[in-house]
Design a protein around this ligand. Structure first.
Ligand SMILES: Nc1ncnc2c1ncn2[C@@H]1O[C@H](COP(=O)(O)OP(=O)(O)O)[C@@H](O)[C@H]1O
Ligand SMILES: [Mg+2]
Length: 244
């Protein structure tokens, strides 16, 4: 289903660049708006607070959000023999927003693949315990490209109890199973009341259920302010979702 390995020379540089990274976790899901960016950013912050060496790479090129969640207003990264991620709130961070500022980035097909290859090939992540990839929605170009380019990638899937999300996550799980992509498990976000649909889906699909992040009505006010984010229900819930 995925075409053979690209012969783009940059694809050969990528493993070298990631040689010091112990674990690569792709935070993915189905629909937009399920909370991948919130979970990616907050997970990175929680892991950094636990003393882990953490990277955060915002791969939603057309709608990057992690810099907004974490309140990061940095410009172009330093470069020498590649680029150095910004180091903010204990997180080594790269976002296309650091290069483009407030400008919209319309990317189609090849251009999205090129941006991914380029950033993976030039970024000096150094030694990390975990690199968190905040993925764009769906299973389109960038998700398929990282599966192909990063054989060590493990997916952490985000869903919520809405019927439209459940239906879409089910399709995504089927495809990832068919492609034999390692999955850490399925995490429920925006949990309310006694919803059980995400847990049931994980059980039916045979993937670990990683628990529930509650719907947090105060989250909006915490965005952009890491101290408030640290005090949020989301932060408390994501600290231990990554099994060793
Ligand atoms: N647990 C939560 N409680 C309340 N609001 C949330 C929660 N998780 C995400 N949101 C909100 O939902 C919206 C979409 O989240 P986002 O992380 O941008 O989704 P995605 O990256 O999957 O498109 C944002 O407005 C975010 O603040
Ligand atoms: Mg997002």
């Amino acid at each position: 289903m995925i075409p053979g390995k690209s012969i783009d020379p940059r694809s050969f540089a990528i493993e070298d660049r990631l040689a010091g990274v112990s674990r690569i976790v792709g935070v993915s899901g189905s629909k937009g708006g399920v909370g991948r960016s919130i979970i990616s950013s907050t997970l990175a912050l929680a892991l950094a607070d636990q003393g882990k060496r953490v990277g955060l790479f915002d791969l939603d090129f057309t709608s990057p959000s992690d810099h907004v969640v974490l309140g990061v207003e940095r410009g172009f990264p330093d470069e020498e023999f590649g680029i150095d991620p910004h180091f903010v709130h204990g997180i080594h961070m790269v976002s296309v927003a650091f290069f483009t500022g407030d400008t919209a980035v319309p990317l189609r097909g090849d251009a999205a693949t090129n941006a991914l290859l380029e950033l993976l090939a030039i970024t000096r992540w150094g030694d990390l315990d975990v690199l968190v990839l905040d993925m764009p929605p769906g299973l389109g170009d960038t998700n398929l490209d990282v599966i192909q380019l990063l054989p060590r990638l493990e997916f952490l899937l985000i869903g919520n109890g809405s019927k439209v999300v459940i239906d879409s996550v089910r399709r995504g799980l089927d495809l990832l199973t068919e492609l034999d992509v390692p999955m850490i498990g399925l995490l429920e976000n925006m949990h309310r009341g006694d919803e059980r649909a995400v847990e049931s889906l994980a059980l039916a699909a045979g993937v670990p259920f990683l628990g529930s992040v509650p719907y947090d009505r105060d989250l909006e006010d915490a965005l952009g302010d890491v101290d408030r984010l640290r005090a949020s229900a989301v932060y408390s819930a994501v600290g231990d979702v990554l099994p060793a």
